[in-house]
Ligand binder design. Structure first.
Ligand SMILES: NC(=O)c1ccc[n+]([C@@H]2O[C@H](COP(=O)([O-])OP(=O)(O)OC[C@H]3O[C@@H](n4cnc5c(N)ncnc54)[C@H](OP(=O)(O)O)[C@@H]3O)[C@@H](O)[C@H]2O)c1
Length: 248
């Protein structure tokens, strides 16, 4: 129970990596605040978690000015302070640069990056006086090229750049700030991104990761570590969880 006594807010908790993080955190003794848009799915996940006191909050992070303060307010109505924040919500539309439009750029930056910065801003006021741990789910796309993902890669590069400055800025208040860079992980997002590929192309993609495609739980394991006291001397890092993708 490496997260006993903790309370962790996780965005993107209705499925995929965020859901796996919620399950792992709850099984390690944390109370979990689950955030995403799909109310029904959030309630299902919350009700299936071990332990009690978990909270589901339906919100659309495309409107962070309005929803982020409301999320943090609701998350703390039980009187318990937060100890951890995990930003796993994300979108990854595959768009060649010749088709990119401002509205789409704003959407992807708002969900993947701007909402993270606002979550951090409000989270640091809702924690106990000894700080907390913040984890952003970035991507190896921040440091390698992928067709049609230039905007998405930009959001993940922005996350990685901000992680280091946030770590420096918030260290004396007791906060640690890290990012995880997964490679291809078997979720709805990956299925959608690879739906245009044939079997051979998917095999080629798998071969870029010596350990094959990852499972959401592989990322959740690293998240649990970064939230736990076992990582108390780790901040400002970008941790690849990529089955060897960046080793090649
Ligand atoms: N899967 C991969 O291969 C991979 C690789 C590297 C990095 N990542 C990153 O890992 C994170 C999780 O990805 P995933 O694969 O688990 O994706 P996913 O299965 O598509 O799940 C995305 C999550 O984000 C939530 N979300 C999307 N738009 C939202 C919005 N406007 N407001 C609130 N929540 C929103 C979704 O919930 P609702 O639809 O209910 O709102 C869902 O819970 C993302 O940041 C992604 O970029 C994934």
């Amino acid at each position: 129970m490496i997260l006993a006594g903790q309370k962790v807010l996780i965005t993107g908790a209705s499925r995929g990596i965020g859901e796996a993080c919620a399950r792992r955190c709850a099984s390690e003794g944390a109370k979990v605040v689950l955030v995403a848009r799909n109310r029904e799915r959030l309630d299902e996940v919350r009700d299936s978690l071990p332990g009690d006191g978990h909270i589901a909050i339906s919100a659309d992070l495309r409107n962070p000015d309005e929803c982020v303060p409301a999320i943090l307010k609701k998350a703390c109505e039980d009187g318990l302070k937060l100890t951890g924040l995990v930003h796993a919500a994300g979108i990854a539309p595959v768009v060649p640069v010749k088709m990119i439009a401002t509205a789409e750029l704003l959407d992807i930056f708002t969900v993947n990056y701007f909402s993270f910065m606002l979550l951090v801003r409000h989270f640091i006021r809702k924690t106990a006086s000894d700080g907390g741990s913040i984890v952003a789910i970035s991507s190896v796309a921040a440091c390698s090229g992928w067709q049609g993902l230039s905007a998405y890669a930009g959001t993940k590069g922005a996350l990685n750049a901000s992680i280091r400055s946030l770590a420096v800025e918030l260290a004396d208040k007791g906060f640690r700030v890290n990012s995880i860079m997964p490679s291809n992980i078997d979720t709805d997002m990956l299925k959608e991104m690879t739906s245009v590929l044939n079997e051979d192309e998917i095999e080629q993609l798998k071969k870029k990761q010596p350990l094959g495609f990852g499972a959401p739980e592989d990322v959740a394991n690293a998240v649990a570590f970064l939230l736990s006291p076992a990582s108390k001397f780790i901040t400002g890092t970008l941790l690849p969880v990529d089955g060897g993708y960046t080793a090649i």
